[in-house]
Design a protein around this ligand. Structure first.
Ligand code: ADP
Ligand code: MG
Length: 706
């Protein structure tokens, strides 16, 4: 039996069809071993029996055409660019191809060769043509379905040459490939066998075959990733000594009783889950997701107060200084006057819960004082940026950490934080995302965490009416609305265009915009300015003025993105909205609609690209952050969401978090099933070997620890 590990040990040079020169070319494409080769999957399949013939193609169609090259010629254009032209014939009609600046096409396209081209069909004077299409040489391959490989023109290998190498590799080494997946799972989930799937993916006889083959191989990729995540999760739970927080105190109850509203049932559920985690012997490691305004802050604060009640400290970490400052202000206001039992001293002694702030802006003197108070337990809750991660910050007894994540902290940083507890015990960790992320992405990026979803908004919110104002008339209507709402005693935000450059550049442009609007569209109104470069005291006074109604309109940068909460603000105008990302726009929109009054959000901008137009339209169509997150994943692709966050993602060649949602969930369930039955995969050595083989070393470090 052959394993993937065996394939990784065979150099491609051992294939009959691979000379030293060809091995070099393959190496340029990152293919050095037989494993690399057989996991270099086709990017497309052409089914000869289902081809649309050329004479049926319509103007504007995006089409794949399989045809023969009839005539090739090249000439320079008037602007001295190179131009290669070719005519294809498929037995039904002719297609004319034009290539600009690709002189090598004249050599690549030989008369009589079979090619697959993909591109947009145009009709010009009755003739069908494509400009700079994607071209793959098929050669004289027979069979109903032709696999087309991604190829490197630079490396000078055609799809056909790659197919030949793959065919030989499959025949020589892959016929008795080990299938590491337990047969019971394979049968239950109706997954094809590994060896069959590999063959069907590369050399399918029908379209069904490659679909079934790819499903199995894609599942394997997701399973490997989930096994890594699940093993890491279980290892942390097993190895780390957590704090058994006492949940018998009444601090949280007193705090909640003081709120002017009841909790939503989603908040109650979330708090109960967190409380159970915190009371347990293992460190909590939980993700809290919820839409904008769902009330995550209260849930996080309840977790921190649970720690504080038992005499521990808590920390909240935000990705930027501005956010840290806002959290600090919010939390301080929420706990104002709240008394906690004093651990030492008289039985009845109580003192106020203290909240402190630490950012890079904190002066050296203040920092030293803060350090002393932290070390002797004088601070209950510390809010800050990643300054919290530096060695010099020493807590007397850190019991809980909340990370307001916004996709910016990495797995490694979370790991560092967990080591900041006192002694051996690892603090409980709650990760919050500012806006929802798609379920499949959450399972992957945060796959080592448990998840709690706040799927309910507090009652009494009015959905925000969103208008995409893409012309001068609609824009004028937006400013009319601002003036009308102000006249009715309500308030508005204007978010300035996002400009490239430092915070200083951003601040300057906001200042100019503030002046422009004050003299123009918003003349006569009381307009305030807020940006990240203002001194803290001035920021506070501007916000206080807006909150108290002394300002009608707040012109601001994205500093108001999170945390700002003024229920009488009913209009949000976002300038150049097409420059912002989906999550950010949704978050900004969440600043209005927080009271009982009807609210509006105006998105100014043309929709510069097709993608940004779709994004703006999606915001008009939906107020649901989870739904928008799915659209965003659809529009941007997974790379941008996952980024470098999860290195194992580089193993995802066939699987897509976007297109294979069910498979992601299935792989996760199977991973739990396998790991919980057998924590080090001792009974599945081939599977364990594949993890070492295909998953990044940094990821692996967490594996097989026990
Ligand atoms: P998120 O962080 O999830 O976007 P916040 O925690 O900032 O939301 O809460 C948004 C607003 O809703 C705050 O003003 C908060 O006081 C309020 N709020 C939270 N929970 C409730 C509730 N159960 N009922 C009414 N208002 C609530
Ligand atoms: Mg909040």
């Amino acid at each position: 039996m052959t394993t993937l590990g065996d394939l990784a040990g065979i150099e491609v040079g051992r294939l009959e069809g691979v000379s030293a020169a060809r091995a070099d070319r393959l190496a340029q494409m990152g293919i050095e071993t037989v494993l690399d080769l057989v996991t270099h999957y086709p990017r497309r399949y052409v089914d000869r029996t289902r081809q649309v013939s050329i004479d049926e193609l319509l103007d504007g169609d995006e089409a794949t055409v399989l045809a023969q090259v009839r005539k090739v010629g090249s000439r320079p254009t008037r602007s001295r660019r190179s131009m290669v032209e070719a005519d294809l014939f498929d037995g039904h009609g002719y297609l004319h191809l034009t290539f600009f600046n690709q002189p090598w096409r004249a050599k690549q396209l030989k008369e009589g060769a079979e090619v697959v081209v993909w591109g947009k069909v145009e009709r010009f004077r009755g003739r069908r043509q494509m400009t700079n299409p994607v071209v793959d040489l098929v050669g004289d391959r027979t069979g109903r379905v032709v696999a087309v490989y991604p190829q490197s023109e630079k490396a000078g290998l055609t799809s056909e040459q790659i197919a030949t190498c793959v065919g030989e590799a499959l025949a020589r080494w892959c016929a008795d490939l080990v299938d590491p997946l337990p047969a019971a799972v394979r049968e239950r989930e109706r997954l094809a066998g590994r060896a069959w799937a590999l063959r069907a993916t590369h050399l399918p006889e029908t379209a069904d075959e490659h679909r079934i083959g790819r499903r199995r191989l894609g599942f394997d990729e997701l399973l490997r990733l989930q096994l890594v995540l699940v093993m890491r999760k279980r290892a942390t739970e097993r190895d780390a000594l957590g704090i058994r927080h006492s949940t018998s105190g009444h601090l949280v109850d007193r705090f909640l009783a003081g709120l002017p509203f009841p909790l939503t049932s989603a908040q109650q559920r979330a708090m109960a889950e967190i409380r159970a985690d915190m009371a347990g012997p293992h460190p909590m490691h939980r993700l809290l997701q919820g839409d904008v305004g769902a009330g995550k802050t209260l849930v996080a604060l309840a977790a921190m107060l649970t720690a504080v009640d038992g005499g521990h400290q808590a920390a909240m970490m935000a990705p930027t200084e501005v956010l840290a400052e806002q959290h600090h202000a919010n939390l301080s206001a929420l706990v104002a006057g709240l008394q906690v039992d004093q651990a030492e001293g008289s039985l009845f002694s109580r003192r106020e819960v203290t909240v402190a702030l630490l950012t890079h802006r904190t002066t050296a003197g203040a920092r030293a004082r803060l350090r002393a108070r932290l070390a002797d337990g004088g601070v209950d809750i510390l809010v800050g940026t990643h300054a919290l991660l530096t060695e010099e910050v020493e807590f007397a007894d850190l019991g809980a950490v909340v990370i307001d994540e916004q996709h910016r902290f990495g797995v490694e940083q979370r790991a560092v934080l967990r080591t900041r507890g006192a002694g051996e015990r690892v603090p409980d960790v709650l990760v919050m995302t500012a806006t929802p992320i798609p379920r499949t992405a959450a399972m992957t990026v945060f796959g080592d965490l448990d998840t709690t979803v706040l799927d309910e908004l507090p009652p009494g919110r009015t959905p925000v009416a969103t208008v995409w104002a893409r012309g001068p008339l609609e824009e004028a209507a937006a400013w009319d609305r601002v003036r009308a709402e102000v006249a009715a005693g309500r308030q508005a935000y204007v978010v300035c265009p996002l400009v490239e450059g430092s915070e200083r550049v951003q601040a300057r442009s906001a200042t100019e915009e503030h002046e422009r609007l004050g003299a123009g569209e918003l003349a006569g109104l009381r307009v305030g300015l807020l940006h990240g470069q203002l001194p803290a005291a001035e920021k506070d006074s501007v916000m206080a003025g807006f909150r108290a109604g002394r300002l009608d309109v707040l012109v601001a940068t994205t500093v108001i993105e999170v945390g700002v909460d003024v229920p009488t603000a009913t209009v949000m105008v976002i300038e150049d909205a097409d420059r912002f990302g989906m999550a950010q726009l949704h978050q900004l929109r969440g600043r209005v609609g927080r009271g009982a009054d009807a609210s509006w959000c105006y998105l100014l901008g043309e929709g510069a690209s097709e993608e940004s137009a779709k994004r703006l339209q999606a915001l008009v169509d939906s107020n649901d952050g989870f739904e928008l997150a799915e659209v965003d994943l659809e529009l941007r692709g997974e790379g941008t969401i996952l980024g470098t966050r999860q290195k194992g993602v580089s193993d995802l060649k066939l699987a897509s978090l976007r297109r294979h949602k069910k498979t992601v969930g299935l792989a996760r369930a199977v991973a739990f099933e396998l790991v919980d039955a057998d924590s080090a995969l001792a009974a599945h050595p081939e599977l364990a070997e594949e993890l070492t083989l295909l998953v990044d070393p940094d990821e692996r470090e967490y594996l097989f620890k026990s």
